[in-house]
Design a protein around this ligand. Structure first.
Ligand SMILES: NC(=O)c1ccc[n+]([C@@H]2O[C@H](COP(=O)([O-])OP(=O)(O)OC[C@H]3O[C@@H](n4cnc5c(N)ncnc54)[C@H](OP(=O)(O)O)[C@@H]3O)[C@@H](O)[C@H]2O)c1
Length: 334
């Protein structure tokens, strides 16, 4: 294929514009492995980049998409050969490097993961960066001694991709899960995927200013936070002694106004989650877990639809408006 279709983001004066372009391989960022893309997926970061609502891309024009799965066309590195099924999430694709929302991708060999047994190319993208990130949160919390007896795990932004998969993973790992959502209308969806309790975020008592009231009643065994801002501050003040909070996202705000009191009087730990760059050993281990014992049980409910490349811009607008639910897989190749 000398030319192929790609959703590229261009800089137009001080704004950005997403367009469907016909491009050649030579126009892609450098890499050892050329992949015929079968599927990609949409993450919050993709929605920010494609709608222009967030500064995600480093350099223009750039093919969008931080995730892909597909078949190797050619490889200049002996670890992969033509015909291999692979996946790529994060590793700067769709940010500093060209990404997965195109019929062909070219990526550094260090980013490529052999598709683990137990996952199809479509399932790999139903999980995508969101699933990988939720799995990293579970791994880090278990390593830091989070246990079901400590109490329920609060998951914020639970109707989103990371939150939905986190509910499924933690429930399957033996934890009670409380979904703290802005959309009570999604209660039956959240219970279907494993939430034991569904709480409307707006009904929580965030207390007075965190600085004046640094501890509230201890309620959660631990937490997976996708929102940041006052919600994360609330979690630091309400997690029980020795509980962990995995800090993943900033859908509400990038700020955190709290005190050190929860850390020094309750032994609470705030664990950073960074899915883009992590040791390759963790990456391979987490993908093997996601294909094996940790494989979410409700993936079909969480990712019920496949859209086409042409549908991507409209679905990204829905995500930014907070209207999307679960995961969206983008079907690209046959
Ligand atoms: N650290 C990492 O490596 C990493 C990896 C992946 C994602 N992330 C971040 O994690 C967050 C979630 O990602 P995602 O892909 O799951 O996104 P998503 O599918 O768009 O879901 C985000 C969820 O957050 C809630 N939400 C959205 N806008 C909000 C707002 N303005 N105020 C409060 N709540 C809001 C909604 O859940 P409810 O309506 O149920 O509350 C929404 O479903 C994002 O900030 C993303 O950038 C970080």
């Amino acid at each position: 294929m000398s030319h192929f279709k790609a959703l590229r983001i261009h800089q137009v004066e001080k704004t950005t514009q997403a367009r469907f372009d016909s491009i050649s391989i030579d126009e892609l960022s450098a890499g050892e492995v050329v992949i015929r893309v079968a599927y990609s997926s949409l993450n919050y970061k993709d929605a920010l980049a494609i709608t222009g609502k967030g500064r995600i891309l480093r350099g223009f024009p750039k093919v969008a998409g931080i995730d892909l799965s597909g078949i190797v066309e050619s490889s200049r590195d002996a670890q992969f050969k033509a015909g291999d099924e692979v996946l790529v999430t994060g590793c700067n694709i769709g940010e500093a490097l060209d990404g997965g929302l195109a019929e062909i991708a070219r990526v550094p060999v260090s980013a490529v993961v052999p598709l683990p047994h137990g996952l199809s190319l479509a399932e790999a993208m139903a999980l995508g960066t969101a699933g990988f990130t939720a799995a990293m949160a579970l791994r880090r919390m278990l390593e830091n001694h989070q246990a079901p007896e400590m109490g329920a795990i609060a998951v914020t932004g639970p109707t989103g991709g990371v939150g939905s998969i986190a509910i499924d993973l933690f429930k399957q790992a033996g934890f009670q899960v409380a979904a703290i959502t802005g959309k009570l209308s999604a209660e039956s969806y959240l219970r279907d995927i494993g939430a034991d309790e569904v709480i409307e975020r707006q009904t929580l008592d965030f207390g007075s200013q965190p600085m004046a009231q640094p501890l509230l009643g201890a309620r959660w065994g631990g937490a997976v936070d996708n929102l940041g801002g006052e919600t994360l501050a609330y979690l630091t003040r309400t997690v029980k002694p020795w509980g962990n909070i995995a800090s993943i996202g900033l859908a509400q705000a990038p700020t955190l106004a709290t005190t050190v009191i929860p850390f020094i009087l309750r032994g609470v730990s705030l664990l950073g989650i960074h899915s883009v760059e992590c040791p390759r050993e963790w990456r391979l281990d987490l993908w093997n877990k996601l294909a094996g014992d940790w494989k979410p049980r409700h993936l079909k409910t969480i990712a019920p639809r496949e859209i086409s490349l042409e549908d991507v811009p409209a679905v990204c607008e829905e995500m930014i408006a907070g209207k999307a639910q679960g995961r969206t897989v983008v079907r690209i190749g046959s």
